[in-house]
Design a protein around this ligand. Structure first.
Ligand code: ATP
Length: 319
């Protein structure tokens, strides 16, 4: 292993830059050459590759997004696109690649491994929807962005004595809603993995109003239902106006938290160590505060479950 590449792929997540920095600096520390591949697999196919020095990753640890840009590439899903990517890898003398992204990006990394290029995946996605790791890079920052928003919405909700339905990201995984719901003191948390009964939510709202509660916040992950539709049902059942806030893409940006920066630094460094050892098709994770590696195939095949103790706690604390 003499020369490695690093790319970011799929949706961006705060902390990806810290992971790139860790890959580049660890590689140089171990005497490797390192290149940055811009715009994910799309840039790999196009040969959009630049040498990375120690200074290339200066002043990025605190920045959201990704300095290497990110993209989705339909072409890389095709054998012709993969052939071209392989040619580019060989032309540039790249021996191994670190892929920072979500589950789709790991499928791409597996393709590279199957075709003889050592590739290691680092989970970078705000959704925390990847198995075999307790956290993905960007999740903690996204949760902090959501609770900052909830705290502000709460001021208005209390002043106007209103119910707010707040929609957050999470098509298949409700972790952002769940963690932000507990940390932000939401009255109800709706996640795609758990069924809910809107009548029970309304009963809870009415119990709260009867004991003098001034506001209520219902946090809904986008995969659990649309905030406007839920708000309309609540309005019909309670006869009271509700307000809706869809947080959208603000959840993807911003300066990464200390947790995400540290996680990204640890994962990036470990990925380089695995490449040096000749490992392939592994995904880095964190389990019980230990950095671990799992076969990508196993990680992709393992169903990702929400933390039910946290879900139950959200219910207990918002009784
Ligand atoms: P996010 O969680 O933000 O959606 P992701 O990594 O899951 O991130 P995808 O769009 O699913 O995002 O995948 C990123 C890219 O990985 C795709 O555009 C494609 O180039 C590549 N990819 C995904 N699946 C495969 C596959 N089965 N074979 C080859 N390449 C793939």
């Amino acid at each position: 292993m003499k020369k490695i590449g690093v790319l970011t792929s799929g949706g961006d997540a705060p902390g990806m830059n810290a992971a790139i920095r860790a890959v580049v600096r660890s590689a140089i520390y171990h005497g490797l050459e390192v290149v940055g591949i811009r715009r994910g697999y799309s840039g790999l196919i196009q040969g959009d590759i630049m040498p990375m020095e120690l200074g290339s990753v200066a002043d990025i640890i605190h920045r959201g997004g990704t300095m290497l840009f990110t993209a989705r590439s339909e072409e890389f899903r095709t054998p012709a696109g993969q052939d071209r990517a392989l040619e580019v890898i060989q032309e540039h003398g790249i021996d191994g690649i670190v892929v920072i992204g979500g589950d789709g990006s790991f499928r791409g990394a597996k393709v590279l491994c199957d075709r003889g290029i050592n590739a290691i995946g680092i989970p970078g996605t705000i959704d925390n929807d990847i198995a075999c790791t307790d956290y993905t890079i960007g999740f903690d920052t996204a949760v902090n962005t959501v609770i900052e928003a909830i705290d502000k919405i709460r001021d208005t909700a209390t002043s106007h004595e209103r119910t707010y339905v707040v929609e957050v990201m999470g098509r298949d995984a409700g972790d952002i809603a769940l963690w932000a719901g507990v940390a932000g003191g939401a009255e109800s948390v709706l996640i795609p993995e758990c069924k809910y009964d809107i009548k029970e939510i309304v009963e809870k709202l009415e119990r709260g109003a009867n004991r003098g509660k001034k506001h209520s916040i219902i946090l809904v992950a986008e995969g659990a239902g649309k905030a406007f539709a839920i708000s309309e049902v609540i309005r019909e059942l309670t006869g009271k106006e509700t307000r809706v806030t869809v947080l959208g893409h603000i959840q993807r940006g911003g300066s990464p938290t200390a947790f995400d920066r540290t996680l990204a630094s640890r994962m990036g460094s470990h990925a380089v160590e695995l490449l040096i050892k000749g490992e392939c098709a592994k995904m880095i994770g964190i389990q019980g505060n230990q950095i671990v590696a799992t076969d990508i195939t196993q990680a992709l095949a393992t169903p990702r479950k929400p933390d039910m103790s946290l879900y139950n706690l959200a219910g207990v604390l918002s009784i």
